[in-house]
Design a protein around this ligand. Sequence first.
Ligand SMILES: Nc1ncnc2c1ncn2[C@@H]1O[C@H](COP(=O)(O)OP(=O)(O)OP(=O)(O)O)[C@@H](O)[C@H]1O
Ligand SMILES: [Mg+2]
Length: 270
Amino acid sequence: MLKINNLHKKFNAGTPNEVYSLKGVSLLIEEGTFCIVIGSNGSGKSTLMNAIAGVFRPDEGSIEIGGFNVGGWPEHRRASLIGRVFQNPFSGTAPHMTVAENLALASRRGMARGLGRLITRKKISDFKEAVNSLGMGLENCIDNEIGSLSGGQRQALTLLMATWLRPKILLLDEHTAALDPKTADRVIQITRDIVSKNRLTALMVTHSMQQAVNLGDRLIMMHKGQIVEDIRGAQKKRTMPEHLLAKFEELRRMEQLDYGATEMLKKNYI
Ligand SMILES: Nc1ncnc2c1ncn2[C@@H]1O[C@H](COP(=O)(O)OP(=O)(O)OP(=O)(O)O)[C@@H](O)[C@H]1O
Ligand SMILES: [Mg+2]
């Protein structure tokens, strides 16, 4: 479960570059919920993910993950509860280590160091089986360096690593955006399988309206640092891409009206 209460974050506060990125975000994600996050560029989606992961401290508000109040926890400590996959296939893995070594690290997250003894025969066979199930042509690549894999293979593998120890929350930030459409579809399928098989609680940011309607059981839309839509249950199932596009259009028109009014005020027209 993820419980966020009244989260505020300003970057560069008090300077001309001040950006008010999170404006009182509250969100309760029940255990086992797969929640999709949409919103225009700069609406605060990644900032929300980073706040959960502990990349920075919010100015105000609280965050609870799986029953732990993680407010005072640094990023590395929160990593024991969180699985993350980023947009960039180069993030999240060690490029000069092999697939097996990366998986070994993922399977020991938060435990004592010492890679040498980690890779037992049993583990290798578990890794092989899991990697095979991805269907990404990684069957014979277990001893290859991660750096030699394609973007899609890396994202699938990162997903496997991020979920190996069943995190309390899985954070996916546009993790298929850098892939070609066919590979993106495959990684989405893998995402769906992993989340449902492990009954994970997940937040997934996407710009794809198709993904937003096809995946997950809850959908939130962010706009200017706030959650402006929260759709779930039967309503989520009925939601079509055109409904979401209409909402974006409505927000855009309101923004233009806002902008027009501000300009008029500046010019003392009203
Ligand atoms: N570390 C930072 N320093 C300064 N400003 C930041 C920082 N991180 C985010 N911002 C600003 O906060 C706002 C929200 O950014 P954020 O990255 O959360 O948007 P987003 O919804 O993820 O957009 P996109 O769809 O483009 O990824 C933006 O105006 C951005 O420039
Ligand atoms: Mg982002």
